[in-house]
Design a protein around this ligand. Structure first.
Ligand SMILES: *[C@@H]1O[C@H](CO)[C@@H](O)[C@H](O)[C@H]1NC(C)=O
Ligand SMILES: *[C@@H]1O[C@H](CO)[C@@H](O)[C@H](O)[C@H]1NC(C)=O
Ligand SMILES: *[C@@H]1O[C@H](CO)[C@@H](O)[C@H](O)[C@H]1NC(C)=O
Ligand SMILES: *[C@@H]1O[C@H](CO)[C@@H](O)[C@H](O)[C@H]1NC(C)=O
Length: 228
């Protein structure tokens, strides 16, 4: 029987493991900011581009602060900032340093989208764009994410042939592996069946005199040496 102390220790250990597991989980419960999967986005000069940014927090938010910064080769500036009152309201812009920028997303209905739209993109807009979020409800916890914008005069035609070839090769290799595995299974199966057949024959022809039931060694020595 466990004493009260032992039980307490066991529970503490269990709790510890549980908490450790929580930290090891890939999902985070606290504030997170994301600009999507791509590190770099490309925009053609004179067109418009959406710079994506979403945030999430399991604790909810109140008077959330957000801002976007631009870091180019020799300039750093805050592009836009604002607040979001709560989960039921859309963001309110406090400051905007560039008329070409508009807030594009919505923060209602858990969309938590504070993307910005940059119009009339110029080559000098190339640089790092960072989206910051600060949540007073989480002791002013702050997070940010950065995306690189590359302005080009025309988008490269995405050459799909290479992708198609790679996919075909990978698919082919996987298919071949599966085929080999199946073939191996089949051959082992056939070999087993034929061996069983052979054994049956041996049993029927020479009674008990087969290697498995006979004295160990006596028959094995007669076997020709196996492949080296
Ligand atoms: C801007 O980016 C450069 C390097 O890319 C970095 O050294 C610098 O600290 C950044 N500036 C700010 C204000 O974050
Ligand atoms: C927005 O920027 C202005 C000027 O720098 C600053 O006074 C204000 O506190 C900022 N607001 C937020 C919500 O970050
Ligand atoms: C954020 O809002 C913009 C503008 O409505 C939209 O194009 C974009 O897909 C949204 N992003 C996400 C992740 O929902
Ligand atoms: C982008 O810039 C290039 C080079 O300056 C120019 O030739 C081209 O017309 C521009 N594209 C657009 C859509 O304005």
């Amino acid at each position: 029987m466990l004493g009260a102390g032992d039980r307490g220790a066991a529970r503490a250990r269990w709790l510890g493991t549980g908490l450790l597991g929580l930290f090891l989980l890939p999902v985070s419960l606290s504030l997170e900011v994301s600009v999507g999967k791509a590190n770099t986005i490309y925009a053609v000069n004179s067109t418009e581009i959406l710079l994506p940014c979403t945030f999430s927090s399991c604790f909810g938010f109140r008077d959330l602060g957000f801002w976007w910064s631009y870091n180019g080769s020799d300039t750093f500036k805050i592009l836009i900032n604002g607040t979001v009152k709560n989960e039921k309201s859309d963001p309110r812009v406090h400051l905007k340093n560039d008329d070409r920028i508009t807030l594009a997303g919505s923060t209602k209905e858990k969309m938590n989208n504070i993307s910005i739209l940059l119009k009339d993109v110029d080559f000098s807009d190339t640089g790092k764009y960072t989206c910051y979020v600060k949540n007073p409800k989480e002791k002013d916890l702050q997070h940010h994410a950065t995306i690189f914008l590359q302005v080009v005069d025309k988008l490269e035609e995405v050459d799909n042939t290479v992708t198609v070839i790679i996919l075909a090769v990978v698919g082919g290799v996987i298919g071949l592996l599966i085929f080999i595995l199946l073939l191996k299974k089949l051959i082992t199966f056939i070999l087993k069946k034929t061996q069983e057949k052979k054994k049956e024959c041996l049993v029927s022809s020479s009674g008990n005199d087969n290697t498995e039931n006979g004295l160990p060694g006596s028959k094995a020595e007669e076997k020709p040496p196996t492949k080296v």
